[in-house]
Design a protein around this ligand. Structure first.
Ligand SMILES: C[S@@+](CC[C@H](N)C(=O)[O-])C[C@H]1O[C@@H](n2cnc3c(N)ncnc32)[C@H](O)[C@@H]1O
Length: 185
């Protein structure tokens, strides 16, 4: 049922979703591979969809950590709300407002940001705005993780973060890439 709701929302809102198929288990595992439960206590997820990666993040993170999820689609937020976990905070708003919205929770730094926002279909200015906010919000040494279906976009992450590591994920429809950047300064 979740899969059907995701598909329907994707068709209705393609310009925000950028895909019609949610991430595979292989992609979800790659997206959470860099979480270190002994170091990462504030985790932010951007573009959570129906929460398919959210569940993997919750499984991997420490019991004392918190997960803040940003998702602009209210119907998908309702689906995510079916996940009952005290460590999960769902924010039905755009990632570009992350800084001011996290202040409401007394949070001013993130240890890890995991994003599936489809930057390829978003306006360039909005993309830059969100990525600069991510860089600002991460602690030094913190990790930014992003998925895409094309490899050449890695340059954009290198320009912003000064570094990028790319991994190919064959077992996804379509096959995709996971990009990892470290906040250096
Ligand atoms: C490709 S889907 C990914 C869903 C899920 N994480 C997955 O991997 O299957 C992208 C999601 O990003 C959301 N989104 C798009 N722009 C956003 C923004 N500015 N802030 C927060 N979420 C956004 C869309 O509504 C959509 O649910």
């Amino acid at each position: 049922l979740e899969r059907v709701r995701f598909l329907w929302q994707s068709i209705k809102n393609f310009k925000e979703m950028g895909t019609v198929i949610r991430s595979s288990p292989a992609m979800c595992k790659k997206m959470v591979q860099y979480i270190d439960p002994s170091l990462d206590f504030v985790i932010v997820e951007l573009g959570a969809g129906d929460g398919v990666i959210t569940k993997y993040i919750l499984n991997k993170m420490s019991k004392d950590a918190k997960l803040f999820v940003f998702e602009i689609n209210p119907e998908l937020c309702e689906v995510i709300a079916n996940i009952k976990d005290d460590r999960l905070f769902i924010i039905n708003d755009s990632a570009q407002y992350m800084e001011s919205l996290l202040i409401n929770y007394d949070i001013d730094r993130a240890d890890t940001i995991i994003s599936a926002i489809p930057f390829l279909v978003l306006p360039d200015e909005l993309t830059k705005d969100i990525l600069q906010t991510c860089k600002k919000m991460l602690r030094k040494g913190g990790t930014f993780v992003q998925m895409h279906y094309i490899k050449s976009i890695s340059k954009m992450y290198k320009n912003i973060f000064g570094n990028v590591q790319t991994q190919y994920v064959a077992l996804n429809i379509p096959p995709g890439y996971v990009f990892k950047c470290i906040k250096q300064d």
